[in-house]
Design a protein around this ligand. Structure first.
Ligand SMILES: *Cc1c(COP(=O)(O)O)cnc(C)c1O
Length: 478
C-alpha cells in the first residue's frame, strides 16, 4: 500500500464506504434491541486504548470496526427510543447525510467567497426560522453556532454592545456601572457561563424568582430592576426561557417583553428546545410574545433532531452582529469584497467553521414544515401518554407544561419525595439498561425524577416499558 495512507486506494475506499454505510444503517435499525446505557468503567476503557501507541499503522477495516463496536458498547444511546433525556435526539436520516457531505466537501465558512452556497443556505434558514418566530424576513439576521451555549454567549455579547457601545473596544472596565442581566431561577446555566466568558462574572446574572408554575414572575422582575438601578447597577438584558431544561416551562414571554420594552432592556428568548413549538400551529400560541425578542436562541440539534451541534442565534437587529464581531484583517479572501454579502467570521464567534446548517437544510427540505409538525405532535402525544400513565401508576407529576416533559415524585412510597429515594429509582432504571431517566431539583427546591420525550421514534410500547422499569425499581426499593 502507498504511504502515507491519508487517502486510501480506490478499492479500499469502495469497501470502506460500504462498511461504513452498513454500520450506520445497522445502528439506526437495530439500536432499539440493545441496552440504552453503557457500563461506566474508565479503567476498562483506558486498558482498551492502551494498545494504541500509533507506532505501527493499523488496518483501516480493523480501525473502523474498533470504533463501531466501541460506540455500540460504550455510550448512552441518546438515539434510543427509550432515552428519556436532556433533549438529545435520534438524528434525522437527512441530517446524517448532510453531515457526511460536510465532512467530505469540508466547506470553510469563515469567508463568503469560499463557501457561497453553504453560507447562503444558512442565512436562508436563519430567515426561515426567524419568520416562524414572527420576525420580518427583511429585518432578520443571525448566525449558526455550535449550540445553545454559543448562541446564548452571542446574545449576551450583542446585548452588551447595544447597551454599552464602548464595551467593544474598551471592555467591561470602561463601564461606569456594573452591568446586570436577568434570568429566571429555572434558566439554563449556559447564561452564567456566558456572563463569565463576557468578563461580567456570574454575579452579574440576577435570578428572578419563579411562580409556583415555575414561570418567571414579571412583577419580581420589575421590582428587581428598580432595586438594582437604585443600587447603581446598570441593567441591560433580560432572558426569558421558552422551554426550561428542568421542567419544559415557558416564561410569560409577552409580559416579560412588556417589561423589557418599558425598561429599555435587550430581550433574549432562550428557545433552544421549546422553540420547535413554533412549527406546530396548535402549539404556536405558547410562544406568544417571542416576536418581540431582540434575539432568540434555537437549537436544531434538540427538537429538530439533526446531529449535534446546531445552535442558531437569530436577531431582528441587522447591524448588531457586525458591530459585535467585525475586526479589520488583511489576510482573509477578498474576492467577494464588492458583493452584498457577509463573511461569517466577521459576524460570529467562530472563525474557521464547519457548515452547521447543511444537515438542517436537508432535514427540513425533505420533511417540510408539515413533516416536522407531525413529528413534534407525535412526541407531544407521547408526553401526554407518559403523564397519564405515570399518574395511573401512583407517580405524581408536579410540573405543568404542554411540552412532553414530566417531573414526578412517588406517591406510593413513604420516601417518595426524598432526593435520595428518587435518585435510587433513577439509578435502578439506568442500571437496568432499559431506559435513561434522571433526577433534578426544581427552583422550588423539590427533588424530582425527570423524563422527557426527545425521540420521534418513541412509541406507546416504549412508554409502557418505562412505566414497567419504574415499577420494578420501586419494588426493589421497597
Ligand atoms: C440545551 C439548552 C441550552 C444549551 O444548549 P447546548 O446546545 O447544549 O449548548 C441552553 N438553553 C436551553 C433552554 C437548553 O435547552
Amino acid at each position: 500500500m502507498a504511504a502515507p495512507p491519508l487517502m486510501l486506494d480506490a478499492e479500499t475506499r469502495a469497501r470502506l464506504w460500504r462498511q461504513l454505510v452498513e454500520a450506520i444503517e445497522t445502528y439506526a435499525t437495530k439500536l432499539e434491541t440493545g441496552r440504552v446505557t453503557p457500563p461506566l468503567d474508565p479503567v476498562q476503557l483506558r486498558a482498551l486504548l492502551s494498545r494504541f501507541d500509533f507506532c505501527a499503522p493499523m488496518d483501516a477495516f480493523e480501525a473502523l470496526d474498533f470504533l463501531v463496536e466501541g460506540l455500540w458498547k460504550f455510550q448512552t444511546h441518546t438515539p434510543h427510543p427509550r432515552y428519556y433525556g436532556l433533549f438529545n435526539p435520534a438524528p434525522t436520516t437527512m441530517g446524517i447525510a448532510g453531515d457526511a457531505l460536510v465532512a467530505a466537501f469540508n466547506p470553510q465558512l469563515a469567508a463568503w467567497s469560499h463557501s457561497p452556497l453553504a453560507i447562503e443556505i444558512e442565512q436562508h434558514l436563519v430567515r426561515a426560522f426567524g419568520a416562524r418566530f414572527g420576525y420580518d424576513p427583511a429585518q432578520t439576521d443571525g448566525t449558526f453556532a455550535s449550540g445553545g451555549m454559543e448562541a446564548n454567549h452571542t446574545a449576551v455579547l450583542t446585548a452588551l454592545v447595544q447597551a454599552f457601545p464602548e464595551f467593544s473596544c474598551r471592555g467591561v472596565r470602561a463601564l461606569a456601572a456594573q452591568p446586570v442581566l436577568y434570568v429566571s431561577a429555572e434558566a439554563h446555566h449556559s447564561l452564567l457561563k456566558a456572563a463569565r466568558l463576557c468578563g461580567l462574572g456570574t454575579d452579574a446574572v440576577h435570578e428572578i424568582a419563579v411562580e409556583d408554575s415555575l414561570r418567571m414572575n414579571p412583577e419580581v422582575l420589575v421590582s428587581s430592576i428598580a432595586q438594582d438601578r437604585r443600587q447603581g447597577f446598570a441593567p441591560f438584558m433580560v432572558v426569558a426561557t421558552a422551554g426550561t431544561t428542568n421542567a419544559g416551562v415557558i416564561d410569560p414571554l409577552a409580559a416579560v417583553a412588556e417589561v423589557a420594552a418599558r425598561e429599555k432592556l435587550w430581550l433574549h428568548v432562550d428557545a433552544a428546545w421549546g422553540g420547535a413549538a413554533a412549527l406546530v400551529p396548535e402549539l404556536r400560541p405558547l410562544l406568544e410574545g417571542i416576536e418581540r425578542a431582540d434575539s432568540i436562541t434555537f437549537d436544531a440539534h434538540k427538537w429538530l433532531s439533526v446531529p449535534m451541534g446546531a445552535g442558531i442565534y437569530i436577531t431582528r437587529h441587522t447591524d448588531i452582529l457586525d458591530r459585535t464581531f467585525r475586526t479589520a484583517v488583511t489576510y482573509m479572501p477578498r474576492e467577494a469584497a464588492e458583493l452584498d454579502v457577509v463573511d461569517p467570521c466577521m459576524h460570529s464567534i467562530q472563525w474557521s467553521r464547519r457548515a452547521i446548517g447543511l444537515k438542517v437544510f436537508l432535514s427540513l427540505a425533505v420533511a417540510g414544515w408539515e413533516g416536522y409538525a407531525a413529528a413534534i405532535r407525535q412526541m407531544v402525544a407521547m408526553g401526554a401518554l407518559l403523564r397519564e400513565q405515570l399518574e395511573a401508576s401512583g407517580w405524581q407529576v408536579v410540573n405543568e407544561t404542554p411540552l412532553p416533559l414530566c417531573c414526578f415524585i412517588d406517591q406510593r412510597h413513604a420516601e417518595g419525595r426524598s432526593a435520595a429515594y428518587l435518585h435510587a429509582v433513577a439509578m435502578k432504571v439506568v442500571g437496568s439498561g432499559k431506559a435513561w431517566i434522571s433526577t433534578t431539583r426544581l427552583a422550588n427546591s423539590l427533588p424530582v425524577l425527570r423524563a422527557c420525550i426527545t425521540n420521534y421514534r418513541t412509541s406507546a410500547d416504549d412508554i409502557a416499558a418505562l412505566i414497567e422499569s419504574l415499577e420494578e425499581a420501586r419494588r426493589q426499593l421497597r
